[in-house]
Structure formats: C-alpha cells, structure tokens
Design a protein around this ligand. Structure first.
Ligand code: NDP
Length: 338
C-alpha cells in the first residue's frame, strides 16, 4: 500500500525538492495540494501533475490521505499540524515547527497522544557528509571533540526575498530560517546537546521590519565543547562548511551546508589527511524514505518532532540572547531561560 500524501502549502521547497522526494519512493503518492488561494492551488497542481487542488484544510484532510507535508510560512505550521494530527494524519513539518518551542512541544504531545508520526524536515541530517562526520566522531577518530565551527551564511535568492525578510509575524529572519538547521546539525553530528548560547544579530541591508539577516552564535554543549555558527542572507561569496576539532584530529567539511548532496569531508590527524567517502543520495529522498519507514513502525523520522523542539528552543535562545546581550540557557522542556 502506498503512502498517500497531501501537500499543505503551494511552496517553493515542495516544488524544488519534496514533490520529487515523495515520488522517488516506491510507495509514495501525492494526492492533493492545498493553497490558501484557489487559483494558485489549481495552477500549482497543474504545473506539478498533482491530481487534486484544494483551498481548505478540511477538504485536504478529508481527501483520503495518510500523511501531510507542511511547507507554508512558519506562523501557520502549528494550527495546520494540530488539525492534521486531530484528523489522524502523519505529519512531516518544515522547520521551524512553530514560532515558539512551547507551541512545538504541544505539537509533539498531540502527535504522541494521537499515535501518529511527527517529523521535522531538517534535511541536513540526511546528508552523507554529515552522517560520515557523525560516524567518524562516534568512532573516536578525532579523539575528544573540543570545538566546532559552522559556516552557513549564504545569499538568499531573489525569488525567496519575500516573507523571510519582511514579515516578523510569519516567522521571518535568518535565525528561524538557518540557525535552526545549524543547531540541529551540530546536535546530530556531535551526538551532544547545546546547553547555552550567546548571539549577535545584524541587519546588513536586506531584511526589514526589524528582522535580522545575519547572526553569529557561540554555543556551549553539555560535554563542554564550544561551537560557533554564522548564518546570513547577504553574503554572496562566503561558501559553507562545518568543522569539528578534537584532541586527536580535525574534520573539515566544505560546501556541506546545502540542499544538495555536495561537498567534501577531510579528516586530518597525526597520520596525515584523508578524504572521507560518503553516499551522495538526495537529502530529501532519504528524509521521506525514513518517514515512510517510521509510519510503518520501523524506526523514527531522520529528525523527530523532539528534534524540532530542540532546534527551535536553540534558535529562540539565540534570539533572546541577541536582544538581551546575555548568554541564554537552552532547555527544550522549559523553553529558553535568561
Ligand atoms: P514559499 O514562499 O515558496 O512558500 C510559502 C507559502 O507562501 C506558500 O505556502 C504559499 O501559500 C505562499 N506563496 C508561495 N508563492 C506565492 C506567490 N507567488 N504569491 C503569494 N503567495 C505565495 O516558501 P519556501 O518554500 O521557501 O518555505 C516554506 C517553508 O519551508 C518554510 O517553513 C521554510 O522554513 C521551509 N523551508 C525548508 C527548507 C529545508 O530544506 N528544510 C528549505 C526551504 C524552506 P499558499 O500555500 O497558501 O499558496
């Protein structure tokens, strides 16, 4: 039996990656798309070969689907996810799960109570590069991890220069957009949780409405490791990367904070340098495959709802730190605390 999907949101990310990722599964089928605008729903369905177009959530949830993929603007995720959960649908939701970690916790609790799968679409966990780094660290190849650096400041493409840089009420800003990914990727690669963050944010000329378009964060993890991350929308030529430095070696990954299975991972130790090999599967295809397995009772989504709470609590703490000028503790059970 195939998993029948309904798309909530006539979005760019679904068009560019997720429609393909669902259709790449032997057991994946897209039944309907919902947009708040009926004309856009119909046009989007037509352009993407989706059988049904809808403009009401109730109609989508009543259309015989098993699962929803939510990729609307961020302020809508909470209510749409809760409605889907109430209707007994599995939910793969884009990051950030909600605008606050308290709301995200409610989503996790609702999914648990309803017995449905809730996943967060943190695609970077599915990158072969990050999985190779996680394995190398877990195998002790760099000794004790001491410090990490994330380079994730990009140039927001013109086509995406909308709500992300104009609408605080839609959950815009680079921290909810990219810092959430960096917090999640660090947790995944290090196998460790952040305890505290100190952040500076900036407006470097692109974002308005009081939103930040650049951020630098310093994180302290439970093990004592410290990390820095740089997120931005305005640096055209920066490139991306992730480094983890340990007592016995360093992992230096270039061009890996991306949506494509690109980049390289170098391991440097006393023995010399080695390029790690890793699989180049599409990140989103792997994400949907794991989600389907979780629906069938085999394992969990690549990033669970709880992981989405963690990444949002981390981003929330970074924003609080940037506004208060103080380090902020991160506790996904309680939200962030000054
Ligand atoms: P888009 O701006 O493309 O889409 C978001 C919403 O905007 C859509 O649901 C749609 O509303 C509305 N919209 C889209 N096009 C138009 C238009 N031409 N005119 C008016 N409204 C329009 O957002 P993204 O695809 O970039 O992001 C969507 C979500 O996915 C966000 O939560 C984001 O954080 C996340 N994301 C995640 C990524 C990842 O790799 N994990 C990457 C990119 C985004 P409606 O449905 O009502 O038509």
């Amino acid at each position: 039996m195939s998993v029948k999907w309904g798309l909530i949101g006539a979005s760019t990310i679904a068009r560019q990656f997720m429609i393909n990722a669902i259709r790449a599964q032997a057991d994946g089928e897209i039944v309907a798309v919902m947009s708040s605008n009926p004309e856009r729903a119909t046009a989007y369905a037509g352009e993407n070969g989706i059988p049904a177009a809808m403009s009401s959530l109730d109609a989508l949830l009543g259309s015989g689907i098993d699962a929803v993929y939510i990729s609307t603007t961020n302020e809508l995720h909470l209510e749409q996810a809760l409605a889907a959960i109430r209707a007994g649908k599995h939910v793969l939701c884009e990051k950030p799960l909600a605008l606050t970690s308290a709301d995200a916790r409610n989503m996790v609790a609702a999914a648990q109570a309803a017995g449905v799968v809730l996943g967060t679409n943190h695609h970077l966990r599915n990158a072969g590069a990050h999985r190779a780094m996680r394995e190398a660290i877990a195998a002790g190849r760099i000794g004790k991890p001491i410090a990490a650096r994330v380079f994730h400041s990009v140039y927001l493409p013109e086509t995406l220069q909308g709500w992300r840089i104009t609408k605080p009420e839609a959950g815009g800003g680079v921290v909810l957009d990219i810092t959430v990914h960096d917090a999640d990727t660090l947790r995944f690669v290090l196998g460790d949780d952040p305890a505290e963050v100190s952040a500076f944010t900036q407006t470097a000329g692109m974002a308005g409405g009081g939103l930040e378009d650049g951020a630098m964060c310093i994180w302290r993890f439970n093990s004592g490791l410290i990390a820095q991350s740089h997120e931005g929308f305005t640096t055209r030529f920066a490139g991306t990367g992730l480094e983890v430095h340990g007592s016995e070696g360093s992992l230096i990954a270039s061009n890996v904070m991306t949506q494509k299975p690109d980049g390289s991972v170098l391991l440097r130790t006393a023995k010399g340098e080695e390029q790690l090999s890793f699989d180049r599967e599409d990140l989103y295809v792997r994400s949907v495959r794991q989600f389907h397995a979780a629906i069938r009772g085999k394992g969990q989504p690549a990033a669970t709802g709880e992981d989405g709470v963690w990444s949002l609590a981390s981003a929330e703490a970074a924003l609080q730190s940037a506004s208060s000028g103080k380090a902020v503790k991160i506790d996904p059970k309680l939200g962030s605390m000054n």
